[in-house]
Design a binder for this molecule. Structure first.
Ligand code: ATP
Length: 321
């Protein structure tokens, strides 16, 4: 990929940094009575890691502690070997793309990224801005005002601003939010390239599919705690191995219940006033079998709703297991 060669061909601006890891040791953070992060221990190394969790799980709080913007209430956050909090030298090795889209839209992309280079007091801000803009493939549009950019272009420009000082660690808070599929693919490519080039990339998301497409390693956070971590296939198995619950109503719930009980994919059926509650061990097999049963028996399906499809229930399953 062209950007990969850009990364490897760029001469290092500073002597190579030995450490790219981020380490959390027993980290908690509370806001008054609210425990946002609860005793989290994790290590991030070079490559792309996804931080997966439902809204309010504590992802932003974790990222802000890693970036040195917030002090842990307890525990330690280390970037390389140095504490992230009250340690300005950490900013030289780390970039954060925050969730909120705070860009001055009257600036051009070039002006925005150059301003970031100057804020970092880089010795050659123009060269650094050019390199970062090239990395996110925004050179063609760099002299247009940000107001005219698509959401994806704005995100890439913000990534360029966060990368302008060539940090070893890049943290991104919900970078795919609001992007269309094409913009998503482009951002995913970019993260891949940066991870393959040896940077430590951590991005947060509440969507499993997003995380598994980009990252080899996933850290799952639920209600402030680390609920699971490892290879995305392992996480996917944890999530899909659970029973799936559907509520179904039809023209003849009793007959449908009998037919469903004969299905190997169905592990339980309960009939109540409002319809059926069906438990299926295999999501795919059940959703394929149901239309066939309905067609064969002449039953009319009025409603089929996954009762537990919200991420929250998936996560609570993970936490309880
Ligand atoms: N400044 C604050 N004061 C009080 N409570 C806060 C503050 N910031 C976050 N919280 C609370 O801490 C918990 C974790 O919030 P956080 O923003 O870290 O989660 P998140 O996973 O990033 O969620 P989202 O994706 O919705 O931003 C939530 O209960 C939130 O309401």
């Amino acid at each position: 990929m062209s950007t990969a060669s850009t990364v490897s061909a760029t001469p290092p601006a500073a002597p190579p940094r030995a450490q790219a890891s981020v380490e959390l040791r027993g980290v908690s953070r509370w806001y008054g009575n609210v425990v946002a992060v609860n005793d989290v221990t994790m290590t991030l190394n070079a490559g792309v890691t996804g931080l997966l969790g439902p809204n309010g799980a504590g992802k932003t709080t974790l990222l802000h502690m890693m970036a040195g913007f917030l002090a842990p209430s307890r525990g330690e956050v280390l970037v390389g070997d140095a504490p992230a909090w009250r340690n300005p030298s950490v900013y030289r090795h780390l970039g954060l793309v925050s969730e909120r889209e705070a860009v001055h839209s009257f600036l051009t992309g070039w002006e925005f990224v150059l301003a970031s280079a100057k804020l970092h007091r880089l010795p050659q801000p123009e060269a650094a801005a050019r390199r970062a803009i090239g990395l996110v493939e925004m050179a063609d549009a760099q002299h247009r005002r940000i107001a005219t950019y698509s959401k994806g272009m704005r995100q890439r420009t913000r990534v360029a601003a966060a990368l302008v000082h060539d940090p070893q660690v890049l943290l991104l808070d919900e970078p795919f939010n609001g992007m269309d599929p094409r913009q998503r693919l482009h951002m995913m490519d970019l993260l891949h390239v940066m991870g393959a080039a040896g940077r430590t990339i951590l991005f947060s998301s509440h969507i499993l599919e997003e995380v598994e497409q980009v990252s080899g390693t996933v850290q799952v956070i639920v209600a402030g705690r680390l609920a699971a971590s490892g290879d995305y296939r392992h996480i996917r198995r944890l999530m899909t191995g659970r029973p799936h619950v559907f509520t179904v109503s039809s023209s003849d719930d009793r007959a449908l219940a009998v037919a469903l009980m004969g299905q190997p994919s169905v592990t339980g059926v309960e009939l109540d006033g409002g319809g059926l509650t069906v438990r299926a061990g295999d999501y795919g097999a059940f959703t394929r079998a149901l239309p066939m049963i309905v067609r064969r028996s002449g039953i009319r399906l009025h409603r089929l709703l996954p009762a537990d499809e919200s991420l929250e229930s998936v996560f609570s399953y993970l936490v309880e297991s």
